[in-house]
Design a protein around this ligand. Structure first.
Ligand SMILES: [Mg+2]
Length: 287
């Protein structure tokens, strides 16, 4: 019994007489309490409570963990989505000077990732079909009303970049590892590009999907495979390709000889120019 009491802070040493003495003495009360703690019923109760507390704490930890994953997986929706008003015509003459100068080399194929490169969301996790375009086809919305559009500069980049580099132009392609390829294609069909005023004879804005004349490779897996397919289809050497992507893990594609430019907050004209500069530097072309 002594070891039980010693576990009770502040308890007085009990003598043998006090243990068998008056039923109302304080040491006896404490002893009875100790005996109760040790009783099978009391122990079961305590074990049950401990189990419930453990389950609760474990659930709390799991909830916090999944919430943090959700936070990483679902960042705040479009920060820089394109405006939804009518688009004004684009002029090829408005291309940055470094992309208009015929004396400066350009990549023959420029390839874009989709999620967080051309648009500010993951199409496989943010978008809930069905999707429908707005009247101008400058944006779309999904079943939950989520606004889906390119980053601000992307419509003009997709419309004008093919006209850089003189008559040969620049081909465009897509390399995406999304697990929702058909939804991505649907969105590329729905989103239209503003008309190019001084070269494009088309009267109607083109669908974004139509500019990717170098091909679209959209499926999960290493992008090395995506680029091997793009190379086979176009016959363009890897060294003449420039790739824009927001994930550094996709740098593995550089083993093939392509140049990848990491974009941090979506494609802008500034990122395009910096990517082209890097491609020129690696290929030994001076600006
Ligand atoms: Mg991406």
């Amino acid at each position: 019994m002594g070891h039980l009491r010693s576990g009770l802070p502040g308890s007085e040493p009990a003598t043998a007489s006090s243990q068998v003495g008056s039923a109302t003495s304080a040491p006896e009360v404490r002893l009875r309490g100790s005996a109760n703690l040790a009783s099978p019923d009391r122990m079961s109760l305590l074990l049950g409570r401990a189990f419930l507390i453990s389950v609760f704490l474990l659930s709390l930890v799991l909830l916090l963990h999944s919430t943090s994953r959700l936070h990483i997986r679902y960042p705040t929706m479009p920060k820089k989505a394109a405006k939804t008003g009518p688009a004004s015509p684009l002029a090829v003459s408005s291309l940055p000077a470094s992309l208009r100068d015929p004396s400066l080399a350009l990549p023959k194929l420029v390839v874009f990732d989709l999620d967080y490169t051309l648009w500010p969301f993951w199409v496989d996790t943010h978008v809930t079909p069905p999707i429908k375009p707005n009247a101008q086809h400058s944006a779309a919305s999904d079943r939950t009303g989520e606004h889906l559009a390119f980053y601000d500069d992307v419509p003009s980049v997709l419309q004008l970049l093919p006209h850089a580099g003189g008559p040969e132009g620049v081909k465009l392609g897509v390399a995406s590892r999304t697990s929702a390829p058909s939804l991505a294609r649907d969105l590329l069909q729905m989103l239209h590009l503003p008309q190019a005023s001084d070269t494009d004879v088309e009267a109607r804005p083109r669908r974004a999907i139509d500019v990717f004349d170098g091909g679209m490779e959209i499926y999960p897996g290493s992008k090395i495979r995506h680029f091997e397919k793009l190379q086979k289809r176009t016959g363009i050497p890897f060294e003449d390709m420039l790739f824009f992507d927001d994930e550094s893990r996709n740098r593995e594609t550089e083993k093939l000889g392509i140049t990848m430019w990491l974009v941090r907050d979506g494609v802008t004209w500034g990122e395009i120019e910096r990517g082209v500069d890097e491609w020129r530097r690696r290929r030994g072309h001076q600006r």
